[in-house]
Ligand binder design. Structure first.
Ligand code: SF4
Length: 364
């Protein structure tokens, strides 16, 4: 068996920092209730471990409330996750007397996007946010950007084209409003607010997709206002992906050059960056997106996540019958390396001549 490992994979700075601060919050406050606004990161193992040590989640990842706000008191400790949070929730906590900055683990790369949006707002551009509307980070970024500029969320190229068609007068206002319901900032007027735009993104989107969306809006503005006036209507921002997303996506492109038979991508099923890595791998290999080694039930059965359909699938005979089998193995930014190790060892179990780690270490 040959494994091709990505040059960059696994935990990013933001996740490591957030986990460290969460454990510190528990340690420093043995007599207090410690809450997390929502899942720390999109990784079940880490979240379960934190819960087993006493941390309680206030919401789930889709914003459904587990613990009513009334139950949160000023003396409680509330940790803001790496994705950041909305201004509305921050104000709600401040009103209850919670010290929100003490254990605020918002990743600096997410804050960088907020600053970029603020700068665009000062320059009187509206914000087009390429992100998943239900994702915590996009909700947080949208809330912050809406403070400084009219903002619109586009999930993908299809959404972008709808907005572009409106700009070019080929989509009715009624259809625009229906399509973007819940994805426009308060008072957003497409006639007024789609005249001068800049694109930012959720830090974990697919870089090529954001670039294509930005290029599309540039083209639309050229068509409408002429190439000589494009600067007045389109802010040429580079994408706002974080370094970890860039590194992990670049490393995945390198894996696509290999002659692997299959790819195994490890990470939480609601993790945006992991699903993009799986999406890239699937362009070339049969790809299995799993959240842990236990999803590999036997040499012939794997339970994995279909990110496009958002459902679990079971595949038989996933290991090709050949020698050697070549496997691309990588993981997302919220996946601890130990999980990748366990997947690697689990796969090796199916090869009778493989040696245990212990025997290899003993052999020195
Ligand atoms: S994926 Fe990027 S933005 Fe998100 S926590 Fe990690 S470093 Fe920060």
């Amino acid at each position: 068996m040959i494994f091709y490992l990505a040059r960059h994979f696994g935990f990013c700075y933001g996740v490591e920092n957030a986990i460290e601060i969460s454990y510190k919050a528990l340690e420093e406050n043995p007599s207090k209730r410690v809450f997390l606004l929502s899942q720390m990161i999109h990784n079940q193992e880490v979240n379960h471990d934190l819960q087993s040590r006493g941390i309680q989640f206030i919401m789930d990842t889709d914003g459904r409330q587990f613990i009513p706000w009334d139950e949160i008191k000023g003396e409680d400790v509330v940790i803001i996750p790496a994705f950041g949070t909305t201004l509305e929730i921050e104000n709600l906590l401040l009103d209850r007397g919670v010290e929100v900055q003490k254990y605020n683990t918002t990743c600096p790369f997410v804050e960088k996007v907020w600053n970029r949006a603020q700068k665009l707002g000062l320059e009187k551009y509206s914000i087009i946010l390429h992100g998943k509307p239900g994702h915590e980070e996009t909700r947080a970024t949208f809330s912050h950007s809406s403070k400084d500029a009219p903002s619109l969320i586009v999930r993908d190229m299809e959404d972008a084209v709808s907005a572009g068609e409106y700009i070019l007068g080929r989509l009715s206002r009624e259809r625009f409003v229906t399509k973007f319901e819940g994805k426009m900032s308060h008072g957003f007027d497409p006639d007024r607010d789609l005249v001068r735009v800049g694109v930012v993104n959720q830090t974990t989107m697919l870089a090529t997709e954001t670039q294509a969306i930005a290029d599309y809006f540039r083209k639309v503005m050229i068509e409408k206002y002429g190439a000589e006036n494009v600067k007045d209507h389109f802010a040429d921002t580079r994408d706002t992906l974080c370094y970890a997303t860039n590194d992990n996506q670049d490393a995945t492109y390198q894996l696509l050059e290999t002659d692997a038979d299959i790819a195994v991508v490890v990470g939480g099923y609601n993790s945006s960056n992991t699903s993009h890595i799986a999406e890239l791998c699937a362009r070339k290999f049969p790809t299995y997106f799993i959240n842990s080694g236990s999803e590999i039930r036997s040499a012939s059965e794997i339970h994995h996540f279909d990110y496009a359909k958002k459902q679990k699938r079971v595949t038989g005979n996933f290991l090709p019958r050949k020698n050697p089998v070549k496997i691309v193995l990588t993981s997302g930014a919220s996946c601890p390396d130990t999980l990748v190790d366990r997947v690697l060892l689990r796969l090796l179990e199916f090869f009778p001549h493989s040696k245990s780690v212990e025997s290899l270490l003993a052999a020195g």
